[in-house]
Design a protein around this ligand. Structure first.
Ligand code: PHE
Length: 449
């Protein structure tokens, strides 16, 4: 217990939790799935998923953590136990799986930051940039190098603990990230493709929306808000009794959404101004954007800012992923923080090696054969976004709504809360709406609908 940390302030918690939420999901994945799903209507559905599914689950996670002052496995044991503990365990598994490949993509962002900084993006021009990036993806050495470096930095932060590591870095990185985002946004305002981009993102183009797109939006709501694997629960466990759960959950969700939409407003004007394809998939950020930036005024500067921002966003999310595993080892196995952090970091880095080796071929197909005919990278991403997080979210919401004692739950919801009146509505969403939504995602994943 002595090793359990605590936030230094409410703001520190909100920044750290927003740091967890704002990540590659917002700046890399959200823009490209918005592009693939045709923009506007998809964005609207996504916003709906955030409010109706994401917000209630986030509230539940923070509540479970704050109530028990424990990480996922311990929290579930303390409030009901039984087979529900499986869902706590799933969270720890999620930490291993997600961080192992997340770190590979973060490594790409580090490599691009280096390329921008050394003037290569602008220096080589569009024709030179394209093969340059292809060669990163197929280089095992570069992928392994950046993956290892990113894991070392993540371990170094978590090693410092909740207050002196996670919170301290969130206080530095998050305001920096907001600042960089504003610089990029101002630049995008001035671009000729701004109007077209605005219409693409906010215009209501229903024709492009499919059932698959709706379910993708729901799945992404979990990923982007860091839900379903106990990250918010763990961060909530370092809160005080009198901290406002609902207001925190709303603030974190708003910050996450604003950053995701801003990322679109930064990227799509660049894409449209240079006549590139909005639906270019995972290569949007790593191929199309650098090609466009290589032709832009001040391209070196903007490319550097953009990729540094991507690295910061990834880092604060990776920290929370590592913290879930670390806090499990501390709470449940009685380990000291330093040992837990290094052990978890090394194991995750090792699990990530196949992703680093096949990550290179991810964008171009033909990877290292993994499961389900996908390469490892793809397999892990698929497992996490389509199975582990929704299943964890289902478990957490059902556990909170159907198993946790109402007296405890109600008291926890009201303690420190300015929005206690929403208790009934929250419970209804958690009991019925959230589970039905998640089950639909599963039925879709197995091809039934
Ligand atoms: N929310 C992070 C992102 O958008 C990813 C993440 C998922 C982090 C689950 C922690 C837990 O990139």
């Amino acid at each position: 217990m002595a090793d359990r940390g605590h936030w230094g302030s409410k703001l520190g918690f909100v920044l750290a939790a927003a740091g967890s939420a704002v990540g590659l999901g917002n700046i890399w994945k959200f823009p490209y799935i918005t592009g693939e799903n045709g923009g506007g209507a998809f964005v609207l559905i996504y916003l709906l998923c955030i409010v109706v599914v994401g917000l209630p689950v986030m509230t539940a996670e923070i509540l479970l953590g704050r109530a028990t002052q424990k990480s996922p496995v311990g929290a579930v044991k303390a409030l009901g136990g039984g087979f529900w503990v499986v869902f706590g365990g799933l969270g720890v598994l999620g930490g291993f799986v997600i961080l192992s490949y997340y770190s590979v993509v973060a490594g790409w962002a580090m490599h691009y930051t280096y390329l921008a900084l050394s003037g290569q993006i602008v220096g080589l021009g569009p024709e030179g940039v394209e093969p340059l990036f292809g060669s990163l993806f197929t280089s095992n050495g570069l992928n392994l190098f950046w993956h290892a470096l990113f894991m070392i930095v993540t371990v170094a932060v978590v090693w410092g603990g909740v207050n002196k590591g996670i919170e301290r870095w969130a206080r530095i990185l998050m305001p920096t990230l907001f600042g960089l985002m504003i610089i990029l946004l101002v630049n995008s305002f001035t671009m000729s493709g701004f109007g077209e981009a605005f219409d693409f993102i906010f215009g209501f183009h229903t024709e492009a929306l499919t059932a698959a797109g709706v379910l993708e939006a729901l799945g992404h709501a979990f990923f982007t808000l860091s839900l379903g694997m106990g990250a918010m629960l763990t961060y909530g466990s370092y809160l005080d009794r009198n901290d406002d759960i609902v207001v925190s959950a709303i603030t974190i969700s708003i910050l996450d959404t604003v950053i995701a939409l801003t990322a679109c407003m930064v990227l799509f004007p660049i894409i449209f101004s240079y006549g590139m394809e909005p639906a270019s998939g995972p290569g949007l950020v790593f191929v199309s954007i650098p090609i466009a930036m290589s032709q832009m005024h001040g391209g070196t500067f903007f490319a550097f800012i953009f990729f540094a921002l991507l690295v910061f966003a990834a880092l604060t999310s990776a920290i929370s992923l590592l913290e879930v595993v670390t806090s499990y080892l501390i709470d449940e196995k009685g380990w000291l923080r330093h040992k837990a952090t290094v052990f978890a970091g090394v194991v995750i880095a090792l699990i990530g090696i196949p992703s680093a080796l096949s990550g290179g071929t991810y964008l171009f197909g033909d990877g290292f054969a993994g499961v389900f005919g996908r390469n490892w990278f793809d397999t892990f991403d698929y497992l996490a976004s389509n199975w582990i997080l929704p299943l964890g979210g289902l478990g957490i919401s059902m556990f909170t709504a159907w198993r946790v004692d109402d007296a405890i739950r109600h008291r926890e919801f009201l303690d420190g809360s300015r929005l206690g009146v929403f208790y009934k509505g929250w419970l209804v969403l958690l009991k019925y709406v959230v589970p039905v939504g998640i089950v639909l995602v599963f039925l879709h994943a197995i091809g039934v609908i």
